[in-house]
Design a protein around this ligand. Sequence first.
Ligand code: SDX
Length: 430
Amino acid sequence: MADKAILQVGDKKIELPIIEGVDGSKAIDISQLLAQTGLTSYDPSLGNTAICKSAITYIDGDKGILRYRGIPIEQFTAQPKPNFVEAAWLLIFGRLPNKAELAEFRQQLIDNELLHEGIKDQFQHIPADAPPMAILSATMNNLACFHKQFLEVEKPEGLVAAAARLISKVRTIAAFSYRRSRGLPFIYPDPGLRYCANFLHMMFSLPYKQYIVTPEIEDALNMIFILHADHEQNCSTSAVRVVGSARANLFASCAAGVSALWGPLHGGANVEVINMLERIYQGGISPEQCIRDAKDKNNSFRLFGFGHRVYRNFDPRAKILKESCDRVLAKMHRQDPLLDIARRLEELALSDPYFVERKLYPNVDFYSGILLRAIGIPTNMFTVCFAIGRLPGWIAQWKEQHDDTSSKILRPRQVYIGAQVTDYVPMEQR
Ligand code: SDX
């Protein structure tokens, strides 16, 4: 393919450079389009637009490929699998940590797992039925009030310290929001527990009875967090980049990511999937009716957990999660009728021309909720768990943009379709 594109506007012809990714994918560089033609481009969902060059995560939507810093996602779930903290370090710093680096990062997470008592006290004034994602976004921003030294993250060591605080404290914030919602006393983190086990301890232990984390549950949560850790320029990551491009601090930028992830078309889909499966199971609608509703343009219903902006094949994470559901439920000697319904929906959809023609396959959210349920996570905490997993990816993407001295504030343009010039009309003349 040529290394430039020719654009003809009226009798003017301009050349636009074509840049190439390491996978051979190409992009037309239009960064000089407005200067050269006086025209902007129009791509409202940004589905045709690369907003950055990134070395963190690679996705091939047609082949169903996902790699973190080049390592295929499947290798994170096969033995000897890395744990979530190791995957977080890889995403943020660009390579696998050596033993000393991993031990030091783990120690930083331990040293920063407590919340400032001032933040803890604030939970008492939050309504018990407050949405956990609202609490997470607000409290993540609130961290900046108690750790002012990390508002300035120009120094590399400041970024590592801020990242460690966020990755460690996000569990405590999440667990405390759950305990508050149930009127339970807060359980403080236990420095002797690994990352995921500590989160489950804070969620489910009682003052008089330690929650015993079984290996299969710890393993399942570790895998869920890793599978959600990054996904290139998805909606919430782009929100983190937009906020971070204004040189806003890491806490504020990641709080914006939490807010975007909350949407039911994005991270909130894992809650909608379980609600959909529950409705079917409780007899509200049948799988067949669900499929019909999803295809009916006059029906706003969507088959949650299906479809993806990038994957036009199976989401590799969905495959791994589907296999894990079987394994974890079997190890726990449990069955979940919702899994059978999910399988039936998948079977119906994958053989239905509507879904096949539109290349709609199960995405990461279709099976993740069933696994989270098996672990005992309440439905309203599913998207919070997605955010805990995605946090290292947001930090990595924020750091990559922050370290790129050529990066500028993200400020898209528009096509104006409003009123022509007009005059103000005084109230007495309206
Ligand atoms: C995540 O971007 C990421 O990487 C996100 C994520 C990550 O890790 O960060 O992977 C996590 O957000 C996964 C997606 C979770 N969301 C859902 O499961 C919600 C249900 N899915 C859809 O809303 C939809 O598929 C999206 C939002 C995921 C993608 O939407 P697109 O690419 O904008 O697709 P579209 O809306 O343009 O749909 C194309 C066609 C339309 O039909 P036609 O107009 O061509 O007739 O497919 C139809 C849509 O109506 N369609 C669906 C559908 N998804 C798309 N029809 C029924 N059910 C669905 N789920």
